[in-house]
Design a protein around this ligand. Sequence first.
Ligand code: FO1
Length: 310
Amino acid sequence: MSGPIVVLSGGVGGAQFVRGLIEVVPREDVVVIGNTGDDVEVWGLRVSPDLDTVLYTLADAIHSEQKWGRADETFHCLAEVTRYGLPDWFRLGDKDLAVHLFRTAGLRAGRTLSEVTKDISKAWQLRVRLVPMSDQPVRTHVLTDSGELPFQEYFVHRRAQDRVRGVRFEGAARSRPAPGILQCLADARAIIIAPSNPVLSVQPILSVPGISAALREARSKRVAVSPLIRSRAVKGPTASCLEGLGFEVSNRGIAAVYSGLIDGLIIDASDEGDAPGLRDAGLRVGVTPTLMKDLGCAARLAEAALRLVA
Ligand code: FO1
């Protein structure tokens, strides 16, 4: 089957998965639809954290422990801006600033986010097609016991401590898929939902009108990689988000979030016991180690996902 391999991706987990994928298929075959629900204005600059995490990871320029931001980063500008009373809870590094300056200047000049993202990808010789989910702003808001919080306020400023009661994707109803996305989904030879937070990273993408329908109608098989290991999140607030939205914190819960949108689910070897139930529910199931400790693990995980959609 020809056509691209399309990956729906959030930040860290999705980026690492795609980094593994390009070990086993040509970069040019891969289209990444990136979440922009996390986008935020910092010091007047437009920051697209998930697009940049994918960019830096695929360019091998990512901070290896943090898994976001640049390797060998410094924070001189951050120290200086606090002199003027600007906030320092969202830490923009000196090297990282360049991409936000370029993006902001492009948007102010009237270019679209997907046009600017294409230029950024070219400058890094990415050779993977990285596309924001929409050129219109869609912002994830997290409903918590302390009220409704913009995503980065919840995630970074308040360290994802608040109990999640719901999510709202501001602007989604007025947004459209970025140019080319619907065609890519229609032409795809495989569609993979990366092991990203289903509620905070993937649902924003699915909230853009037309994207879920395109997934439903796609001719290719569609597979999700579960972000759970031993029915627990490897990192981050996935479990509390699932719970908050009334989904079970299990692979059954992940399958329920993606109900009607996937043909298969990759689950971790430690959760093998979940496989029969998922198969009874009509899904193809791949059982394999899903922890991406290194590039080899990520590549093997990508191979397992591709096998399941073959
Ligand atoms: N995450 C943090 O936990 N603290 C930060 O100060 C922070 C800054 C930051 C700057 C640029 C960027 O691209 C990402 C950044 N992130 C930071 C990560 C990011 O907010 C989250 O990982 C994603 O939004 C969730 O996918």
